[in-house]
Design a protein around this ligand. Structure first.
Ligand code: NDP
Length: 275
């Protein structure tokens, strides 16, 4: 049976599926099959980025799915060298054309790249794309609290989402508090820490108790915290497994045990220094 995926209401009223499908590091030629398998399994939200080089493959899967555009939620991201007002407008058009869609559901500034200091200009272009109806929800990725405050100080458009590295090894307490203060939804990238936490004893113990996999326990933990999650897999059985997380719940003591795994474990770059 295809699961019903809950949605989160963003600060502009747009609803985002709480669980979606990520395609980082999936070669374009393999992306169509992976996204096709995900859509077949019941995912409706797909997370790609210009830099992943697979927007064309995602677009082919969307077109081939037979699903109505309004039933799909497509996220893509502005790559760092394309920041700046005019460059952002051009990069957006290129992404939409590759995806074969007229509008993007969620468009994110991929990294703040603070030393280049162009994210506020890029955001002005994104404001225009929102006004033109090309973007339903505008957001950012890898923004630290100071970057969020600076962006918001210069704009009436508060990001709907901040997509950040977040998993049991890097729980991002300070950022999540900033998001709650500002009305920004937290979206977790590398929600499984690319597999690095799946052998943690607390997780394997909880998984055995529920007759679930450690990955399912981690995804359930995210959902119960209120995070949006976008696990990636090219393995059909795992694609289905990662969606099968809506018919069990973690108890408070299990949530607390997972909270104890927080240890500043980064699988990706630090946003303050990536430029
Ligand atoms: P994930 O945390 O989703 O982990 C993916 C890895 O875990 C793959 O090796 C996959 O293997 C494996 N895996 C998936 N499901 C299972 C399972 N049930 N059991 C065991 N292993 C499993 O990592 P990602 O880095 O891909 O993050 C997810 C998405 O987040 C990306 O695809 C991308 O869309 C986004 N992202 C955004 C970033 C940003 O800067 N905004 C940065 C990084 C990611 P296999 O595929 O072989 O099955």
């Amino acid at each position: 049976m295809t699961p019903v995926i809950p949605t989160i209401r963003l600060n502009n009223g747009v609803e985002i599926p709480q669980l979606g499908f990520g395609v980082f590091q999936v070669p374009d030629a393999e992306t169509t099959a992976a996204v096709g398998a995900a859509l077949e399994a019941g995912y409706r939200s797909i997370d790609t980025a210009a830099v992943y080089g697979n927007e064309t493959g995602v677009g082919r899967a969307l077109a081939g799915s037979g699903l109505a555009r309004g039933d799909l939620f497509v996220t893509t991201k502005l790559w760092n060298p394309d920041q700046g007002y005019d460059a952002t407008l051009r990069a957006f058009d290129t992404s939409a054309a590759k995806l074969g869609i007229d509008y993007v559901d969620l468009y994110l500034i991929h990294w703040p790249t603070p030393a280049r200091d162009l994210y506020r200009e890029s955001w002005k272009a994104i404001e225009r794309l929102v006004a033109d109806g090309r973007i339903r929800a505008a957001g950012v990725s890898n923004f630290q609290p100071a970057h969020l405050d600076r962006l918001i100080a210069g704009s009436d458009l508060v990001p709907a989402v901040n997509q950040v590295e977040l998993h049991p090894g890097l729980q991002q307490g300070e950022l999540r508090a900033a998001h709650a203060r500002l009305g920004i939804a937290t979206e977790a990238w590398s929600p499984l820490a690319q597999g690095a936490v799946l052998k943690d004893e607390a997780l394997t113990t909880i998984a055995a108790r529920h007759g679930r996999s450690p990955a399912q326990v981690v995804l359930r933990w995210h959902l119960q915290l209120g995070n949006v999650v976008i696990p990636k897999s090219v393995t059909p059985a795992r694609i289905r497994e990662n969606l099968d997380v809506f018919d069990f719940a973690l108890a408070d003591d299990e949530m607390t045990a997972i909270a104890g795994l927080d240890r500043d474990l980064r699988t990706g770059p630090h946003p303050d220094t990536l430029n």
